[in-house]
Write a protein that binds this ligand. Structure first.
Ligand code: SF4
Length: 304
């Protein structure tokens, strides 16, 4: 069934004329919000793995991680094209010459057609962005989580919305695609706040989005808060309705990179439904059909 939104897989197929598989890499980076540079506690929802990461291990070199993944994906799916994705922690948090060495090492095989780098908006500068702009089809994924500064303070992000906005502007200037990560269901936010975040991202004409439900992970600071004083968490239906509202607000061209996930069931304390990926995806499809809506139908193009 054709989706009523624009999945990343479709964008990649249209761009490269073949299916592109993501290879998730661990470049062995740290995060300034965990190592004491900004704070030592990190974002309150983040556990020790550095924000929902589940990927290759930094014990192996980048080339080994890629080679092993290519071998596996080729055997399993006859895969021919790959995107190298640095996921864990802040993958621009190092001097630029070191970053160059790490990113260069990705492109030893022509089958790597794109690179995607996950990081914080306060971990880039002109020099780093200039470097990233030199690679094949580059993306940067910025954690934002919410456009509401009060929330960013509450969750100990260590940056505000303006920092994110400036990073996006500088990144897009260099023709690097931008994907933003947001989280729905912070206890201090109502639906209006969450849709406001979507509107601000739509104004910035971001190229991609990953939407997460707030999840209390074992060993995260949020787990301690929740144990002391449990707070309300959205149920699956409420989450899916808000995701559909967001899809309607975003431009048609924004690639939808994640709206449901799996794989953290062992560390997820609450809500457990977040790991029922296919159920969530089906519900989102069902709501969009019931509403007869499509991505972008409520998008308001910013004035020049
Ligand atoms: S910036 Fe990312 S890795 Fe660092 S504490 Fe926050 S979620 Fe975790």
């Amino acid at each position: 069934m054709e989706k009523r939104y624009y999945p990343l897989s479709k964008y990649l197929k249209e761009t490269f004329n073949k299916k592109v598989y993501k290879i998730t890499l661990d470049g062995g980076f740290n995060c300034p919000n965990r190592d004491g540079t900004i704070s030592s506690g990190g974002c309150i929802f983040c556990d020790e793995s550095g924000s929902y990461s589940r990927c290759n291990s930094a014990e192996n070199s980048i080339q080994t991680q890629i080679k092993e993944s290519i071998e596996k994906l080729t055997k399993q799916f006859k895969a021919q094209a790959f995107m190298a994705y640095f996921q864990s922690y802040s993958n621009t948090y190092a001097p630029v010459d070191y970053l160059k060495k790490i990113y260069d090492s990705v492109f030893f095989d022509d089958k790597i057609v794109s690179i995607s780098i996950g990081t914080r908006p306060d971990c880039v500068d002109n020099e780093k962005l200039d470097l990233i702009s030199t690679y094949k089809h580059p993306w940067i994924e910025y954690g934002l989580q919410s456009a509401k500064d009060e929330t960013l303070k509450l969750i100990n992000r260590g940056h505000d919305f303006n920092c994110f906005k400036q990073a996006v502007i500088e990144t897009k200037k260099r023709n690097i695609k931008v994907c933003a990560h947001i989280i729905l269901g912070f206890p201090n936010e109502n639906k209006k706040d969450m849709l406001e975040t979507a509107k601000k991202l739509a104004e910035l004409e971001i190229d991609g989005i990953k939407i997460h439900m707030l999840t209390v992970l074992a060993d995260s600071p949020l787990a301690k808060i929740y144990e002391k004083q449990p707070f309300y968490l959205l149920n699956m239906e409420q989450y899916a309705e808000i995701v559909c509202d967001i899809l309607e607000i975003l431009p048609k061209t924004t690639t939808i990179q994640r709206i449901a996930g799996t794989g953290y069931s062992e560390t997820t304390l609450v809500p457990k439904w977040v790991n029922r990926r296919f159920e969530i995806l089906n519900l989102i499809d069902k709501i969009m059909i019931q509403r007869n809506s499509i991505q972008g139908q409520n998008y308001i193009k910013p004035k020049d």
